[in-house]
Each structure stands twice: as structure tokens, then as C-alpha cells.
Design a protein around this ligand. Sequence first.
Ligand code: TYM
Length: 330
Amino acid sequence: MPRIFSGIQPSGELHIGNYLGAVKNWVALQHEHESFFCIVNYHAITIAFAPEDLRRRTRDMAVGLLASGLDASRAAIFVQSDVPEHTELAWIFNTITPLGELERQVQFKEKSARQEQVMAGILNYPVLQAADILLYLADTVPVGEDQVQHLELSRVVARNWNARFSPDVPFFPEPQPKLTPTRRIPGLDGQAKMSKSIGNTIGLLESPEQVWEKLRPAVTDPARQRKTDAGEPAKCPVVYPLHRAFSPPPVVAEVEEKCRSAGWGCMDCKKALHAHMMDELTPIRVRAAELHDRPQEVDAMLHEGARRARLVARETMDTVRTRMGLDAAQ
Ligand code: TYM
């Protein structure tokens, strides 16, 4: 079976951008792939955090992933810091990654611009991401669009290491992103992508009332000042893309027609969206509430995931150490 790897930071609540851009795809792909899904807590500590929060958010993330439909009997679901080979390989990759490649990463530029003092972890973040993926020799990485540049760097890292230490038959594959039609979910502000750090999110586990409170004021096509003004779905920055993500095709066609003909007001359109969102999200919220009350089960699942991940990680590191002459004392 082909192997996939993907990761998610436990740096806040799981939101519908994560779900539609990545996690929903993981749920579908786990059936035909040997799958490794990692809660990347070492990545999450590159921004300010409190240890107690991090611990809680890590477990909450596991609950959210399982409730979304990941199946621990198929996929290895684990926490990054439970598999120390991730940081070991990241160090090695740091020694073969040109500084310029890291400095031109858009996410580095954005994150470092927001901080007075820039820590090295922000710069080296994508090197750890390359280690995450390559440790499992994964060639396919289901992610949202914002991760595409990081994956380019993973390919550079794989190529550089292979050129130096495995020139005849490449040891590391060059991983490719696997995107979904919903690869970039906009935030509620209708401008930036939906993102925990911007605070424009709808949480996957929010109640129907909370979701409605967020949808109600969301911006729509500015041409629709009154209910009788006709609109253009392509100019509706949030509600229309969410309809396309959550509503069945006949409803999306109806939304398009009723917007262009002013047959519906934007509130009617939002109510229809809310109903279809809740059809998909309510079962997830119910499962999450059940799992939340069974923390030991969640922990046991994470331990088992880490055990399975480590079997592969150790094997990769054995080869890496041997090829690099790091095995003198063995
Ligand atoms: P993170 O935690 O920010 O996001 C997890 C996944 O959700 C996707 N995503 C989105 N997709 C569509 N629209 C959005 N608005 C949106 N917001 C988030 C992300 O693309 C991602 O797939 N660096 C990674 C974590 C990581 C990783 C890895 C990913 C660490 N190591 C190895 C893949 C492979 C990150 O910060 O994702």
C-alpha cells in the first residue's frame, strides 16, 4: 500500500479550514494507504504557549481527529514528541539545508515580521516538517494549499541528502502534496484564509447556535445591499465557498440561481448553509463529546500510534546513520 503522512499543530481548536483542507481527505485516504497522522507539538512550541494548555490541546486534537472519522485501527495517529526520531532527523537535515531556502519561505517571512525577536525554531520549522514526512518515506502528503511551499522544501531536502549519501538509488522519495477541491477555505472576514492565528475561524466542534452567530454577520457580495438586489456567487467570499464545501450539488445550483435572480436574500442563503453544515458537523460533535469523557482510551490510542510509528522511524534512522557514518560505536 502506498504510504501517506500528514501533520497538524495542536495550537488551537480544530477549525473547518483544517477539516475541509486536510482532515476530511485523511479520513478518505486512510482506507487505501498506510497512513501516519501526527499531532505536531514540536512545531506548536515555535510560538508562545503555556505547558498546561499545550497538553490539553494535544489531547483535544486527538479527540477532534478521531471524531472526524480517523480510524486508529487503520492509521497510526500519534504525537510528534513521542517519536524522538523526528527531532533527530531534523538536526541532520539542518546540516544540508541552505539558509537561503529557509529565509525565502513565505510563512517564515510572515511569522517573523510579527515578532520583535525571531527565534531560530521559526526559521527551521520546515526542516522539522521535512523530517516528519521523510522519516516515514512518505511520497504523498495530504495538506491544504498553504503547505505547498513547505513541501517544496521537503523535496529539496530529500534531493540534497540523496545526492550526498545515496547517489545511486535515492533513499528518500520526493514527497508531493495532495490537495482537495477545498484547498483554501476563506476566513469569516472574507479576506485571509481561515486561520487560528487570525481568529477568523469556525470551530469544527462549535454548537449550532455558535456557528449561526458567526455565519449571520459574514460578508457577502457587496452588490447585494437589499434583498431585491441580484448578486454574483463568485463575489460572495465566504458563504458561497462554504456552500460548495458542505451542500449537495443540487443545492449549490439552487444557491447560484437564487443569488443571481435575487430569489433568496443572503439570510435565506445562510440559513440553508447552516442546515447543511450541521448535517455534516453534528455527528462529529456528538462523537467528540463521547470521546472527551474517555481520556484513557484516547491516550491508549496515541501510545499505540507512537509505537507503530517508531517501528518505521527507527528503521529509517538505522539507514540514515549507517549511510552517514554515524554508527561507529554500534
Ligand atoms: P496546520 O496545523 O496549520 O494545519 C493543518 C492542516 O490544515 C490545512 N489548513 C487549511 N486548508 C484549507 N483552508 C484553510 N483555511 C486551512 N487552514 C489550515 C493545512 O494546510 C494543513 O494541511 N506545518 C503544518 C503542520 C505540519 C505538517 C507536517 C503537515 C508539520 N509537519 C508534515 C504535513 C506534513 C501546519 O502548520 O498545519
